[in-house]
Every structure is written in structure tokens, then in C-alpha cells.
Design a protein around this ligand. Structure first.
Ligand code: DGL
Length: 273
């Protein structure tokens, strides 16, 4: 989560562009909005091209470039990849293409997990693409130390969450299977390494029981966005400016966003992005 500073004179309300393959990044957007109530926020859910985590790296790279360019064209001055998969596969290339633009990515919180673990056994739930990436391998080599890192690829989970029915029998079954496997490995910290999984955090915590701490990095990412955005002036008019866009179905994004962010706002459909 490192990058360049924004231009020094950028003290007006900062425009932050946030994207994910779908609704998952709303968990990050919520933390950014709470930390920067005067920022202008644009969110793009690339739902027509999800799930990223089960596609070829080339697909994720191409989509990340298109969506990033779209947000920059809309005026974003800071870019947040609110997607572990896009960060793992595309952030280095995006930084090379837009070297002056501050960018913040999301990575599985392995470092805090290892610091927190008393048993020295942690699990990371993430998409197959994140867990097979070189970036995740480097993260594990840098931060796991002597701790055992149990990798749990969860194919299908993000797509079911994206579908919106959090009581879907297959979704509940998958969660139960993964949590049973986590319990067998006797880990005491579980990292949510996909932003979609925040939507089922309560269910995961219930299945794992009180001896296991579940963590994600949404607030750490928001803190980094604040650091990179520099000083901002409070706008005197509307306290919040939020724009939601999607390459997929606008109605389903609106429904999830109004529950998750507690705001009702229009969602723009951008099928051509
Ligand atoms: N939300 C994304 C992540 O954090 C991935 C979901 C998907 O597979 O599209 O990895």
C-alpha cells in the first residue's frame, strides 16, 4: 500500500476512484467514506466481468486497465483497487502506466494476522487467482516468518455473494466446508483475502467460534487513502458526494449499496466500459 503523493496544491475535496470486480469493494468504500467524509467518491463495480478470481490473469489485467482509465477519465485523483485479485495481478502494471497517480491496493492482512496469532497458525481465505499469484507468494515470504499459513482458495464464493442471496444454500454449504477445514488446521486467526467475503463475515465468525479472530484490511486501506490524499478542505455544500457505476446490473448494485452503505443513490450503468 505505498505510492506517490498527490499534487501539493490538491487541497480541494479529493476525488477518489474505487473499483472492484463487483460489490466486494463496497466494504472498502464504506471505510474510505467514513474516514474521508468530504471526499468525492466514485465507485465502479465491474460485475459484467466478474468473478476476477477465477479468470485468467490476462482478463483481470485488461479489465483493471479499462476500469482504471474510466475512473481517471471521470476525474479520480487517487485510485483504490478494492479487490485483492486485481491488486495481486494488475497494480504493478497500473502504476507503471500512470506513475504520477497515487494508487492503493488491497492485500490479504497476513502481517497483522501473524502478529496476532498465538498458535502461529493462520488461514487466508481468498480467490484462486490471488493465492496463486507471485505477489501473494512474496507477501507470505516476507510476513509469515515461522508461522504456518493455511491457504484456502474459495472458488465460487465471490460469485455467490455477488448474486446477492446471502442465505443461498450453496453459499452456506461452501462456508461450512471452508470453516470445517480451517478448524481442522487449528488456526486462531483467519484473514479475509477477498473483499466480497466481508459480506459473510458474521457467518464465518459464527462457524469458527469465539477462539478464532477474523480480520480484513478495509480500515487499513482507508487509512492509507487518507495519507495519500493529503490535506482536504471541508466542502460547504453536500457533506457526501458518492457516485456508483457498474458494467453490470444497476438495480442489484443499488440494492446492495443502500443496505451496506446506508445511502440511497442512483447507480449508473456503463456496459461499454
Ligand atoms: N473482490 C475480489 C477480491 O477481493 C474478487 C472477487 C472476484 O473473484 O471477482 O479478490
Amino acid at each position: 500500500m505505498t505510492s506517490l503523493s498527490p499534487r501539493a496544491n490538491e487541497t480541494e475535496s479529493m476525488h477518489v476512484g474505487v473499483f472492484d470486480s463487483g460489490i466486494g469493494g463496497l466494504s472498502v468504500l464504506r471505510a474510505v467514506r467514513e474516514s474521508m467524509p468530504y471526499a468525492v467518491l466514485s465507485y465502479f463495480a465491474d460485475s459484467a466481468h466478474a468473478p476476477y478470481g477465477e479468470r485468467a490473469d490476462g482478463h483481470v489485467l485488461e479489465r483493471s486497465h479499462k476500469v482504471a482509465k474510466h475512473l481517471i477519465d471521470q476525474g479520480a485523483k487517487v485510485l483504490v483497487l478494492a479487490c485483492n485479485t486485481a491488486t495481486a495481478i494488475a497494480i504493478d502494471r497500473l502504476r507503471a502506466r500512470w506513475p504520477a497517480l497515487p494508487m492503493v491496493g488491497v492485500e490479504p492482512g497476513l502481517k497483522p494476522a501473524v502478529a496476532l496469532s498465538r498458535t502461529r497458525r493462520v488461514a487466508v481465505m481468498a480467490t484462486p487467482a490471488t493465492l496463486r499469484s507471485d505477489r501473494f507468494e512474496r507477501l507470505a515470504q516476507t510476513h509469515a516468518g515461522t508461522a504456518f499459513v493455511h491457504r484456502i482458495p474459495c472458488p465460487g464464493l465471490a460469485a455467490l455473494i455477488e448474486g446477492g442471496d446471502l442465505a443461498h444454500p450453496r453459499l452456506l454449504e461452501l462456508l461450512a466446508e471452508h470453516c470445517a477445514s480451517i478448524k481442522r488446521f487449528e488456526v486462531d486467526v483467519v484473514v479475509l483475502g477477498c473483499t466480497h467475503y466481508s459480506f459473510v463475515r458474521d457467518g464465518i465468525e459464527r462457524l469458527l467460534g469465539p477462539g478464532v479472530t477474523v480480520i480484513d484490511t478495509a480500515q487499513a486501506v482507508a487509512n492509507q487513502v487518507v495519507r495519500l490524499s493529503g490535506p482536504m478542505r471541508a466542502r460547504t455544500s453536500m457533506p457526501i458526494s458518492l457516485r456508483l457505476m457498474t458494467s453490470g446490473d444497476a438495480t442489484s448494485l443499488r440494492t446492495v449499496a443502500s443496505g451496506w452503505l446506508d445511502v440511497s443513490c442512483q447507480v449508473e450503468a456503463w456496459p461499454s466500459v
